[in-house]
Design a protein around this ligand. Structure first.
Ligand code: PEP
Ligand code: MN
Length: 343
């Protein structure tokens, strides 16, 4: 860590910081400038926490040199992680972006099958659908639970699409894991550390959504929890963060997170333009932008009758809109390939 002392810090205050670090085995490089004293300290920060040094008298600021996430970091692994999702579909690295699409909630078997057939024909490889739904209000539809998982499995059998579905609780995890090809952890649970550790015990791919108020560092540390517990197959998902606008958008889609994640982590990242905007008409432009920014995939809400959807109808594409969107996205994917070749 780098400790910057106040300009009027006394020698005694500097010594206190240095001694505390030295006592714990830190190597110190002291830089006594004309105006500021800067202390560079290398050691095990579990022994001396940066926050505790920050509260020493005479300390202006403490900065970390290394990223706090390790297994998820680019420093620990230079090459992109590629995750085999099954059915010959791979996500990450130079693989073609993976498109996941389907309703917000699994509502009934017939509509799920209709949506699945249609999104598959349009080019989606993975069917999304929530059986356990995190709802802001207890009076809203809460999900079909196990019945919903059964419908997803039946539709997978019929269409050959892989399925992604959310787990909300450690108690439901064994059941969801049995059905899902990709386990989704929702934004509201990004820092449910028990759940992160629990999915870490499995090897099944996990799609981890960014919390609505989570920094990129917190997001990567959440991924680190899953990896540290033993599951390296983590797919990150940018789904928008709380912004200052709630009139025109539901969330603020942070697309800069995509190249930032690629710079600091080797994990694949997909974008959810549906929750990221909350508005149907914004889904196609943000999907295009996500692919241009380097997303490894998209997860898009699609419904056969969005006006009647039990959740998130306003941000769900109709089947026809999704078909048209996919045609345009394929042009972007081709364009990206051409840019890649030009490098
Ligand atoms: C969802 O995918 O339906 C969902 C609830 O998403 P999020 O966790 O991003 O709000
Ligand atoms: Mn939704």
């Amino acid at each position: 860590m780098i400790i910057i002392m106040e300009s009027d810090a006394t020698q005694e205050q500097i010594d206190k910081v240095v001694n505390r670090l030295k006592e714990n085995g830190f190597k110190i490089n002291l830089n006594l400038g004309d105006v500021l004293t800067v202390i560079a300290a290398i050691g095990d920060k579990r022994l001396v926490q940066p926050q505790s040094i920050a509260s020493f008298e005479g300390v202006r600021e403490v900065k970390l040199i290394q990223e706090p996430f390790k297994m998820a970091s680019r420093e620990s692994q230079k090459t992109d992680t590629v995750i085999d999702l099954g059915n010959g579909i791979k996500i990450g690295g130079n693989n073609k972006p993976v498109i996941m699409a389907g309703p917000c909630s699994v509502e009934d078997y017939d509509s799920l099958l209709e949506i699945a057939k249609s999104v598959k024909a349009s080019g989606a490889q993975i069917l999304r659908g929530g059986a356990f739904k995190p709802r802001t209000s207890p009076y809203d539809f809460q999900g079909l639970e196990e019945k919903g998982l059964e419908y997803l499995a039946k539709v997978r059998e019929k269409t050959g699409l892989l399925i992604i579905t959310e787990v909300m609780d450690t108690l439901d995890l064994p059941l969801v894991e049995e059905y899902a090809d990709i386990i989704q952890i929702g934004a509201r649970n990004m820092q449910n550390f028990k759940l992160l550790k629990a999915v870490g015990k499995y090897k099944k791919p996990v799609l981890l959504k960014r919390g609505a108020a989570a920094s990129i560092r917190e997001f990567l540390l959440a991924a680190e929890h899953i990896m540290y517990a033993g599951n390296p197959n983590v797919i990150l998902c940018e789904r928008g963060i709380k912004g200052i606008d709630s009139t025109y958008t539901r969330n603020t889609l942070d697309l800069a997170a995509v190249p930032i994640i690629h710079k600091y982590s080797h994990l694949p990242i997909v974008v959810d333009p549906s929750h990221g905007t909350g508005r149907r008409y914004l889904v196609e432009p943000m999907s295009k932008a996500a692919l241009i920014s380097g997303a490894n995939g998209l997860i898009i809400e699609v419904h056969n009758n969005p006006d009647k959807a039990v959740s998130d109808g306003a941000q769900s594409l109709t089947l026809e809109m999704f078909e048209k969107t996919m045609k345009n996205l394929n042009i972007i994917i081709e364009m990206n390939l051409a840019i890649e070749k030009n490098k």
